[in-house]
Write a protein that binds this ligand. Structure first.
Ligand code: 5GP
Ligand code: ZN
Length: 123
């Protein structure tokens, strides 16, 4: 897709800090992180928004989601439990869709945000 920022990042025409790449997906650090860990998970295939996805995209979307636990482990934000069972660490996964959803870049992406709080501009 011409003139799509994240297609250019996926094609490495624009530099980014890539933390994962496979045949279908790329994961890179958000340029303006809202928290200590802020990653963007994108399909290499250009899809503008979640609203462009159909059941045929289920494997791709499943791949994006199931990559999260692996990334969370690698970045030390996976949910863990203290000896007394209290949960610790954890993260937020977020897909903004359309203007009312706060989407700014029109190439489907999932935010993975975590690390010690407070986080800027995010609950
Ligand atoms: P959205 O609001 O569309 O869900 O989020 C877009 C995200 O992309 C924002 O968090 C923004 O900081 C990030 N972003 C925008 N431009 C670039 C860029 O050129 N490189 C990287 N790594 N992130 C970007
Ligand atoms: Zn694109």
């Amino acid at each position: 897709m011409e003139n799509c920022l994240f297609c250019k990042i996926a094609a490495k025409q624009i530099p980014s800090t890539v933390v994962h790449e496979d045949d279908d997906l790329m994961v890179f650090k958000d340029i303006n992180p809202a928290a200590p860990v802020h990653l963007l998970i994108i399909p290499k295939l250009h899809l503008s928004t979640l609203s462009d996805c159909t059941p045929e995209h289920a494997p791709l979307l499943g791949k994006m989601l199931t990559l999260v636990p692996q990334l969370a482990e690698q970045h030390n934000i996976a949910v863990a439990y203290e000896a007394d069972g209290t949960p610790t660490r954890g993260y937020k996964t977020l897909i903004n869709s359309g203007p009312d959803g706060g989407q700014e870049v029109y190439h489907l992406h999932m935010h993975l945000v975590g690390g010690p709080r407070p986080w800027r501009g995010m609950r």
